[in-house]
Each structure stands twice: as structure tokens, then as C-alpha cells.
Design a protein around this ligand. Structure first.
Ligand code: COA
Length: 334
């Protein structure tokens, strides 16, 4: 590979992919003891998209299509990429990484390819890593993907978890830019592993936290202390956004869009309220897609991008939190 000087970074294109199949609140109410009213009030979700496994849909295909779409948006070929970073906690295989299979499917070899695990923070983690690798001068173009098929990881007899999640993929293509002021102005990647028992997917009983008996849910499905995660997220969203503004010297007025992980509309609303973020600057699509884990922020970014709500020169703030517990922010001059 050529050696480059440190450079700026540009988002050359965005993409996403959502399954056709809808799972509505009423569908869930037919499967478990819940109601459309309860779910809407507590979460803001009306429906989510889920894979149709009978039609051969898969997490891998969803992720692949999102990057294919982002490459088309960037007017680039997969062979133009130096690296693919794919974030997910619902990939079926760990060897090879799903990123390697995506690279093969799209024809990106010999681009580097690896998977990254940061649960719902996955897209922002991947974006930050990809941006830093281009900025360092070592890479010219990186495809980043956040994709989860949470329908394959929830137990549909556990109403406290099943109502929240859906399946989507979001992707972005990052490229080197001559302007060193372009790209990520500030980024954070954080985790507090001591809080892992709040949100985890055990493979078998040895993965259960000390003192936790098997709750009866299927192994390989998500366990969550909803109240604990809620408390954490409400504080963290506010703090992370405030930190991003303090560090960059930007005010709320300077920011075109706050692109937030879609976890629960009440969590987002609480941050808006405490920080005085206006409605038109905080994109919300959780009503239609639920919480799609690593797919969520990338899908929001793509929808805002395609709707022309993010323009060249705009400042945007991306934030997410999730299992780990992890959290991350990314402030961009687009
Ligand atoms: N339908 C109807 N009732 C439900 C229910 C459902 N799907 N799920 C829980 N309940 C019941 C509970 O059993 C409880 O009943 P009780 O008062 O008789 O004990 C009552 O509703 C309140 O439960 P609680 O867990 O306190 O509800 P909540 O207001 O905290 O909402 C979540 C639950 C999961 C929606 C909320 O805690 C949440 O969004 N947490 C964050 C989760 C998250 O973001 N996870 C992903 C991180 S990336």
C-alpha cells in the first residue's frame, strides 16, 4: 500500500437495507401478554422489520446489501475499498468473519476485512475506527457497516425484550479528502464492562452472571435488565452529547442533526429535553423499525443523507450506547 500523509475524511456515500417483513405491535400481542398501547407508550415503537428466514434472508445478506447500496451512492466499486469493517452481534459465523464474506460477495479483495463487536454502539464504533484509519494516512477508503438481525437473538416468549428489537443494516463509505478539516472533529469510544450483566446473550449456562439462575429463556437469546439499561442510557445520552459539544465548541444551533441510536423514544426525548435539542434536529424512526442494535444509527444516517437533511459543510453528532456496556460519539464536519 502507498504511504500517505494524514488527511481529512469524507463520507462518500451511505446505504441501508431493511427487510420487507413487518412485525407489528398487534402481531406481538397475538404471541404474548402485551398490547399495542403499552408498547407505544413505553417505547414509541409501532412496528419493526424482521428477516423472512423462509425466503432465505439472512443477517449476512442484509449487511451485504447495505454496503452495496452505499457503494452505489458513492459511485464506487467494491474493488475501490481498502478495508471493510462490519459491526454486529448477530452474525451466524465467527470464522470467517462476516466482513470477509461481504468482501467476497461484492468483489472487494484484497481489501482487509474484519468484524467488530460493540452491540448497539457498533455502527458508531466502526465509523470511528474507519475514520481514524483513513485520517492516519494508511488507508484511502473504508466501508463501514452496522447490521443486526435481532429477531434471531430474541426469545419471543420474553415480552420484556421481544417488543423492542428489529432487523436492519446501515452502511457508509469513507474516503480520503484533501481538506484536513473535513471528517471527524471529535470521537469517543467507551465501555464499562462491569455492567455487562445488564445486557447479554449467553451461549450456555457458564455465561450466566454469578448468582443468576437460568431464567428459562432459550440460550443464545438476549437477556436484559430493562430498568437498569434505561437509567444508564438516559444519563449517558445527555452526558455524551454534552461532552461532544463541549469538546468541539459547537452549540446546538451549530449542529445540523443529532443522529441517535434508536433505543426507546423516551430515552431520546429525555436527552432532547435536558439539552434543549429541537425536534427537527433529532431524527426518530424507532416507530417504524424498533431498536435495530448496530443497524440503527447507520439507517438513520442513510435516511437523513438521502432526504438531503445532511449537506456538505454541516456538523453532525452521532451517538449510541449498548451492550458491553458500550457507548460512543462521533462529531463530523461532513
Ligand atoms: N407488555 C406489557 N407489560 C409489560 C411488558 C410488555 N411488553 N414488559 C414489561 N411489562 C410490565 C412489567 O411486568 C411490569 O409490570 P409490574 O409493574 O406488574 O411488575 C410493568 O410492565 C413495568 O415494567 P418495567 O420494566 O418497569 O417497564 P419500563 O417502563 O421500564 O419499560 C422497557 C420496559 C424495556 C421498555 C424499558 O425499561 C426500556 O426501554 N429500557 C431500555 C432498554 C434498551 O434500550 N435496551 C437496548 C439498549 S441498546
Amino acid at each position: 500500500m502507498d504511504v500517505f500523509e494524514p488527511s481529512g475524511v469524507r463520507i462518500a456515500g451511505c446505504g441501508s437495507c431493511v427487510p420487507e417483513k413487518r412485525l407489528t405491535n398487534d402481531d406481538l400481542a397475538g404471541m404474548m401478554d402485551t398490547s399495542d398501547e403499552w408498547i407505544r407508550q413505553r417505547t414509541g415503537i409501532s412496528e419493526r422489520r424482521i428477516l423472512d428466514l423462509d425466503k432465505g434472508e439472512s443477517q449476512f445478506l442484509l449487511a451485504t446489501e447495505s454496503l452495496r447500496n452505499a457503494l452505489a451512492d458513492a459511485d464506487m466499486q467494491a474493488s475501490d475499498l481498502d478495508l471493510i469493517i462490519h459491526a454486529s452481534v448477530t452474525s451466524k459465523m465467527t470464522c470467517p468473519s462476516t466482513a470477509c464474506r461481504i468482501a467476497a460477495e461484492l468483489g472487494a479483495e484484497p481489501a482487509g476485512a474484519f468484524d467488530l463487536l460493540a452491540a448497539c454502539s457498533g455502527f458508531v464504533y466502526a465509523l470511528n475506527v474507519g475514520e481514524a484509519m483513513i485520517r492516519s494516512g494508511r488507508y484511502r477508503s473504508v466501508g463501514v457497516i452496522g447490521c443486526d438481525a435481532m429477531s434471531t437473538a430474541v426469545d419471543y416468549s420474553d415480552r420484556s425484550v421481544a417488543i423492542l428489537f428489529g432487523d436492519v443494516a446501515g452502511a457508509a463509505v469513507l474516503v480520503r479528502d484533501e481538506d484536513p478539516h473535513r471528517g471527524c472533529l471529535y470521537q469517543t469510544l467507551n465501555a464499562d464492562g462491569r455492567m455487562w450483566p445488564s445486557l447479554y446473550i449467553p451461549d450456555d449456562e457458564s455465561d450466566l452472571p454469578v448468582g443468576v439462575e437460568d431464567s428459562g429463556s432459550r440460550m443464545g437469546t438476549l437477556r436484559m435488565d430493562g430498568r437498569e439499561v434505561y437509567k444508564f442510557a438516559v444519563g449517558k445520552f445527555r452526558d455524551v452529547i454534552q461532552d461532544a459539544l463541549n469538546a468541539t465548541g459547537l452549540t446546538v444551533d451549530d449542529v445540523a442533526q443529532f443522529v441517535c441510536h434508536q433505543s426507546n423514544v423516551r430515552i431520546i426525548a429525555s436527552a432532547m429535553d435536558k439539552l434543549g435539542l429541537p425536534k427537527e434536529k433529532v431524527y426518530i424512526n424507532i416507530d417504524k423499525y424498533g431498536n435495530s442494535s448496530a443497524g440503527s444509527v447507520g439507517l438513520c444516517l442513510d435516511q437523513l443523507w438521502k432526504a438531503g437533511k445532511i449537506k456538505q459543510g454541516d456538523a453532525i453528532v452521532l451517538v449510541a450506547f449498548g451492550g458491553g456496556l458500550t457507548w460512543a460519539s462521533s462529531v463530523w464536519r461532513v
